[in-house]
Design a protein around this ligand. Structure first.
Ligand SMILES: Cc1cc2nc3c(=O)[nH]c(=O)nc-3n(C[C@H](O)[C@H](O)[C@H](O)COP(=O)(O)O)c2cc1C
Length: 174
């Protein structure tokens, strides 16, 4: 039976890869949040978008310094994904709380999250108001991945990337 699901439309478009979105303020203090709403939008030039709640600390930082990084985790970082998705950087240092290490970005001033298996560093090209979110379009400045998990332009099953189904449900790509 086909049922009406208009109260949960976005669930129809999940599962989605779930990642850490890092950003930084003008003084260089970084923040990290969990994010699932993202997609490539152009290959030439390479561009992606991320949808970020207007209420989040991350949105304020991306608007301030105009850079962000998508950090793709593997399964072992799942506890940190929940911490970074349930607390705001306005109240807590999530890198400490979630025991996440950072390293400098290669081509942006935003740090990357250690132990991730892929990274997309972006500078902000454009932002669009969309309901409760900003849609941030990023020009890709560099992208790199761990070749134990990314081979021939594709993630391998052993990457075990977390996929968000919505709410508190996550499954793994395998
Ligand atoms: C699995 C998961 C996926 C999430 N995806 C998004 C998302 O795509 N966009 C968004 O704005 N918030 C998303 N969130 C919620 C943010 O991570 C959350 O509001 C966070 O506390 C914001 O942190 P900040 O205030 O430090 O930026 C997600 C949370 C979880 C647990």
């Amino acid at each position: 039976m086909i049922r009406d699901v208009s109260s949960g439309i976005y669930h129809l478009l999940h599962p989605k890869m779930t990642f850490f979105l890092t950003s930084v303020d003008r003084k260089g203090t970084p923040n990290v949040m969990t994010c699932a709403w993202a997609t490539p939008v152009s290959d030439e030039p390479p561009m992606i978008l991320v949808c970020v709640s207007k209420e989040s600390h991350t949105a304020a930082l991306i608007r301030q310094t105009k850079e962000f990084v998508v950090n793709i985790p593997s399964k072992k970082l799942l506890p940190a994904l929940w911490i970074c998705g349930r607390h705001s950087g306005r109240e807590v240092d999530k890198f400490t709380k979630a025991r996440l290490k950072t390293s400098p970005g290669r081509n942006v001033s935003v740090p990357v999250v250690g132990d991730c298996i892929g990274y997309i560093e972006c500078s902000l090209w454009k932002s669009v108001h969309a309901g409760e979110c900003y849609v941030f379009f990023g020009r890709v400045r560099s992208a790199y991945a761990d070749d134990r998990f990314f081979k021939n332009d594709a993630w391998t099953a052993n990457a075990a990337i977390p996929l968000h189904l919505g709410g508190s449900k996550i499954v793994y790509f395998r």
